[in-house]
Ligand binder design. Structure first.
Ligand code: NAD
Ligand code: ZN
Length: 378
């Protein structure tokens, strides 16, 4: 490859400071170092976690940064020591690494690998170093990925190789939103056949949770969103009942208790709002109800009365739907190619990287599920 070993100058959307539009800039992407691969990003989505960083990260060491963590691409070149990847491989970047060596990777119970950017904590969603520079300044790599760039460099332990037949402008959804919601239902809640579920929030994450509940055999799937425009789409994924909190003048957990003779078996919070997390827990039936926190926030504490748990409810959370990325993502790609899970139905808009601020605006206004941003032509 003509570019291997050289600095690549390319286009990226840079977040220079919080709460400001991203700026399309020419950046420099250094060659991959030991155990790293440089990836040409083909497609990316905007996930709400990108927007949380833009609006919630108050620390000035969280900027400038290249956002985007839901993407798919092609390996451009590899650094020394990389054996698992070749230029030309189709890959999905993982915001949670899988080193396969740490005690967490060795346990089947979790996907919380100790390696990667997350090892440094969650105050700033980036490690201090990156391979990006722009106008002479170091630019941070968001969640170890940064898919709002034509090229990115990642450690091989945070990259999943996928079937060469996979369409990258669809399977990018498995890099975050769809695995997150689907896995939260299937892996973390462990939804049971014949059960009643409630899903709060119907973005891509919540809709994927609905799909997961249906996949696991739930009989009734109640969806809750303050934006009723989302209900039509939720039906496509298997929702059976629709609740808009704005239509009720009592707490939503009370509404759900009345609808279900005492509460749902499983609930999933896919909003990122601590009040909704509490409602989701309190919507569960006593005795065995399980509530899973999927939505992200880093700026508020949650609360609930201890009696909610003492009477037999379980409150859990997960990242990336509990999937170990290198193992789980290729399996989910296969499930899509075998038509066992849906992806196309999540995509409502199609744009280029230059339009990334429009895609962010659509999400902020609740007007999209996912916009596919075609970063580089395939
Ligand atoms: P989104 O913005 O597309 O969807 C959020 C939905 O929640 C919208 O439909 C909105 O109308 C609805 N909503 C807002 N307030 C509500 C309320 N009070 N009650 C009911 N519904 C309400 O976002 P998304 O990309 O689907 O992400 C959802 C959440 O999941 C975000 O918090 C995101 O950061 C988080 N997330 C977590 C992980 C993880 O690993 N745990 C990964 C990806 C995303
Ligand atoms: Zn995400």
């Amino acid at each position: 490859m003509a570019t291997a070993g050289k600095v690549i100058k390319c286009k990226a959307a840079v977040a220079w400071e919080p709460n400001k539009p991203l700026v399309i800039e020419e950046i420099e992407v250094a060659p991959p170092q030991a155990n790293e691969v440089r990836i040409k990003i083909v497609a990316t989505g905007v996930c709400h976690t990108d927007l949380h960083h833009l609006s919630e990260c108050k620390r000035n060491d969280g900027f400038p940064i290249i956002l985007g963590h839901e993407g798919a691409g092609i390996v451009e070149s590899i650094g020394p020591g990389v054996t698992e990847f070749q230029p030309g491989d189709k890959v999905i970047p993982l915001f949670l690494s899988q080193c396969r060596k740490c005690r967490f990777c060795k346990s089947p119970k979790t996907n919380q690998c100790v390696e990667g950017w997350a090892a440094r904590g969650y105050d700033v969603l980036a490690a201090p170093d990156s391979r990006f520079t722009c106008k002479g300044k170091k630019v941070l790599q968001f969640m170890g990925t940064s898919t709002f760039s034509e090229y990115t460099v990642m450690n091989q332990m945070a990259v999943a190789k996928i079937d060469p037949a996979a369409p990258l402008d669809k399977v990018f959804l498995l890099s975050c939103g769809v695995c997150t919601g689907f896995g939260a239902a299937v892996n973390t809640a462990k939804v049971e056949p014949g059960s009643t579920c409630a899903v709060f929030g119907l973005g891509a994450v919540g809709l994927a949770a609905v799909m997961g509940c249906k996949f696991a055999g739930a009989k009734r799937i109640i969806v809750v969103d303050i934006n009723p425009d989302k209900f039509e789409k939720a039906k496509v994924f298997g929702a059976t009942d629709f609740v808009n909190p704005k239509d009720h003048n009592k707490p939503i957990n009370q509404v759900l208790h009345e609808m279900t003779d005492g509460g749902v078996d499983f609930s999933l919070e896919c909003v990122g709002n601590v009040e909704v997390m509490r409602s989701a827990l309190e919507s569960c039936v006593k005795g065995w109800g399980v509530s899973v926190i999927v939505g992200w926030t880093n700026s508020h504490d949650f609360a609930a009365r201890p009696i909610q748990l003492m009477t037999g409810r379980t409150w859990k959370g997960c990242q990336f739907g509990g999937f170990k990325g290198k193992d789980g993502v290729p399996e989910m790609v296969k499930a899509y190619l075998d038509k066992k899970v849906k992806l196309d139905e999540f995509i409502t808009h199609n744009m280029t990287l230059d339009q990334v601020n429009d895609a962010i605006e659509l999400m902020n206004r609740g007007k999209c599920i996912r916009t596919v941003i075609n970063v580089s032509p395939q």
